[in-house]
Write a protein that binds this ligand. Structure first.
Ligand code: ZN
Ligand code: ZN
Length: 254
């Protein structure tokens, strides 16, 4: 049996175990729908139907909704370092609630449900991906929160798509201040050269970068720059939510 087949069987096995474990947790701690609060479900059917999916008329690069043409003004001005970035939904309820929960509570079951929406989008885009990566946090931030919400989405995406999750492929070299309240230019400068990608892992590979939310896409672009430097081939990125950019203080970062 080849190494690849062995790994594939192993991933399916992990996915089964992972789902089974989470279902068992639900039995002990009955969940509530993050949209409407109905009991026994994390995300009920009615609330799933309320998701404001971003499906058509988007910029070919950054995935922002546009009224006409194929490329938004920002990407016309400066092409991003990634090949394509897409988001499942606008940053509006119920997805904005779900992202808030992921950020402040370690709801891994919710991560699994949400990652299914993201994996579906990746399949729909027909991206040929070799490995899944998560936008990293700085070691200090990670220590404070205890988990990386991007990885809570990225890991089950890798299981669902039968791909390797490479948690150490990108690292964040230093702490940055929050992107909240910064202008688009300040956001870009804030995350410039803060990421490092390991060429031993990503060189010549098509990668999928996962994050919970993007606004101007500055963070994903900075990760993509590091990945390009490390020789990554195609760079695709997916976020669950896409927030409309505003420099006014929101609770968003990205
Ligand atoms: Zn609901
Ligand atoms: Zn664009």
């Amino acid at each position: 049996m080849s190494e690849h087949v062995k790994r594939m069987i192993n991933r399916r096995h992990i996915l089964k175990l992972y789902s089974g474990f989470l279902l068992a947790l639900d039995w002990v701690f009955p969940p509530k729908c993050i949209g409407c609060g109905i009991e026994k479900e994390h995300f009920c059917k009615t609330c799933l139907e309320k998701i404001n999916y971003i499906n058509k008329d988007v910029c070919q690069f950054c995935g922002s909704p546009i009224r006409f043409g194929t490329t938004c003004n920002e990407c016309l001005r400066e092409k991003p370092h990634y090949d394509q970035l897409r988001s499942v939904s606008t940053y509006t309820p119920p997805i904005s609630n779900a992202i808030r929960l992921l950020k402040y509570q370690r709801d891994i079951t919710l991560g699994l449900i949400l990652s299914q929406l993201m994996a579906d989008k990746v399949v729909e885009m027909k991206w040929k991906v070799d490995m899944v990566l998560a936008v990293p946090m700085s070691p200090k931030h990670f220590q404070e929160r205890g988990y990386n919400q991007a990885a809570v989405l990225a890991y089950p995406i890798s299981l669902l798509l039968d791909l390797d999750f490479e948690s150490g492929a990108i690292i964040k070299k230093r702490e940055t201040k929050t992107q909240v309240g910064l202008s688009a230019k300040e956001r870009k400068l804030n995350v410039e050269n803060v990421f490092f990608a390991d060429s031993n892992i990503v060189s010549g590979k098509n990668v999928l970068v996962v994050d919970d939310v993007s606004t101007t896409g500055a963070t994903i672009n900075a990760c993509s720059y590091a990945l390009r430097q490390a020789g990554a081939a195609q760079i695709y990125a997916i976020t669950l939510g896409k927030a409309a950019f505003s420099s006014s203080p929101l609770e968003l970062q990205s």
